[in-house]
Design a protein around this ligand. Structure first.
Ligand code: URP
Ligand code: ZN
Ligand code: ZN
Length: 460
């Protein structure tokens, strides 16, 4: 359904700052007016009794990612389709640099794959795997190309060392770039994992035991020290532990521009999942931690120490997970989540655990600000892209692999019933999901070029 001009009537608009009854008028893919009793359009959508929210920004997804001897199961079509059905209107994917590849070529290579298939708007973080001082200025070229956010991995076989991290952080200040980090101590993980396997302890529980709380906390603390030494902003992604959060909190309280993201799975599950018969579905890095971490992360979400929530969507089929059935080290790391991000967080608001405005902030307006697209994305206001979700607080929805749209046969959220669910997703004025149905939009999504980032202080 594509209308030139459309009015959403009688809903309750929820932004990151306010909640109020209003109509929203859309023309040529933009929001043009918000007010009472708006009239005169090609088409009306009745949102009586429903919330009108900005579309979510899934700021952490791995679509069609070659990883651990296989490729994540959602390509750009399946992943953005699933996203749209869960109320996501912009996805940030990771473009992983090949050895020796220019960072701008990395972006262009992935954009060529993504553009024909994307059903919603998209952008990238570039994952730097191979850089040195003679090529570091490629980061600035990537920023000028519209990708100012970079991820570096402190673990996996494509990790960077601390010297490279120092170099990138130092340069990021001049370039207007932001470095995101996968923070876990690689050497300790490798040592513990080898010991467990040598002793015949190969189940998913030992995946957790080889990456326990302190393995993340040590890496987070080290990285923050390095960022502080050069005065650079730093973004710790998929934070999973209370001790890691403590390090982030301390640095923020000292006034350093340290940001962090957590994921719904760390707010909903603990390490106990690795004892379940279906534990393989939950094997991701960092793994889920103990109850204390879950509770601290909720506190961080509620009291502003955590800036964004995203899912780290990296789905694998059960057959792919079988690669690690005899040895957790061979199991592809990652879980499915993109379609559940907004529904899960909004269901928590519907229960009263968090405000709807704070969910909008964590899942839409803060990622837009952090990654440089807040001029177009992440809120409801005249002039913004018409990326909108209509949410029915009374709709009950049971999650199962069949009710999700990912190209995978499992979900860690299987069997969970959510009270409240998105009933419509509008991407730049085009309805892409309506009343349980995906409305095909292959190729509709556009590459969102982001603005350089100069995060001086943690204002959010
Ligand atoms: O297990 C995970 N998180 N897989 C995706 C890659 C990453 O580390 O983000
Ligand atoms: Zn990671
Ligand atoms: Zn990730």
């Amino acid at each position: 359904m594509v209308s030139e001009k459309l009015i959403i009537k009688n809903g309750i608009v929820v932004t990151d700052r306010a909640t109020f009854k209003a109509d929203v008028e859309i023309k040529d893919g933009k929001i043009i007016a918000i007010g009472e009793n708006l009239t005169g359009s090609d088409e009306l959508i009745d949102a009586t009794g429903k919330y009108i929210l900005p579309g979510a920004i899934e700021s952490h997804a791995h679509l069609a990612m070659p990883f651990m001897g296989t490729t994540s199961a959602d390509d750009y079509y399946d992943g953005t389709k699933a996203a749209a059905c869960g109320g996501v209107t912009t996805v940030f994917d990771f473009a992983i640099q090949n050895t020796g590849e220019h960072l701008v070529d990395t972006i262009k290579r992935r954009d060529e794959l993504c553009a024909p298939d994307a059903c919603i708007d998209y952008s990238f973080h570039v994952a730097i795997t191979d850089i040195d001082s003679s090529r570091i200025s490629q980061m600035e070229e990537a920023v000028k190309f519209g990708v100012p956010s970079f991820k570096m991995f402190m673990t996996y076989d494509f990790s960077i060392d601390d010297g490279t991290l120092y170099l990138a952080l130092k340069k990021s200040i001049d370039y207007g770039a932001l470095i995101a980090l996968h923070a876990e101590n690689k050497e300790i993980i490798n040592l513990l994992a080898s010991e467990f396997v040598a002793e015949g302890n190969t189940s998913p529980w030992y995946h957790y035991l080889s990456r326990p709380e302190f393995v993340e906390a040590e890496a987070v603390t080290r990285a923050i020290q390095i960022a502080k030494s050069v005065g650079a902003p730093l973004n710790i992604v998929h934070l999973s532990s209370a001790e890691g959060l403590e390090a982030v909190k301390n640095a923020r309280n000292e006034g350093y521009p340290i940001f962090t993201e957590t994921c719904p799975q760390y707010l909903a599950f603990t390490k106990e999942v690795y004892k379940r018969p279906d534990a393989s579905k939950f094997v991701c890095s960092p793994p889920m931690k103990g109850q204390e971490s879950l509770e601290s992360l909720w506190q961080g979400v509620l009291n502003n120490h955590i800036s964004t929530v995203a899912t780290d969507h990296c789905p694998f089929t059960l057959e792919q997970k079988e690669m690690g059935k005899d040895n957790f080290r061979n199991m592809p790391n990652g879980c499915s989540g993109i379609e559940v991000l907004y529904p899960y967080m909004l269901s928590q608001a519907n229960k009263g655990k968090i405000s709807f405005n704070r969910v909008v902030e964590l899942c839409a307006s803060n990622p837009a600000k952090l990654y440089g697209c807040e001029d177009r994305k992440g809120n409801i206001a005249p002039g913004m892209d018409a990326d909108i979700v209509i949410y029915d607080p009374n709709k009950s929805f049971e999650i199962s692999p069949e009710s999700m749209h990912s190209n995978t046969d499992n979900t860690i959220w299987d069997g969970m019933t959510l009270e409240g669910y998105p009933v419509m997703t509008i991407s730049r004025g085009r309805v892409v999901y309506n009343d349980g149905q995906f409305i095909d939009a292959r190729g509709h999504g556009e590459f969102v070029k982001c603005n350089p980032l100069f995060h001086k202080v943690p204002s959010f």
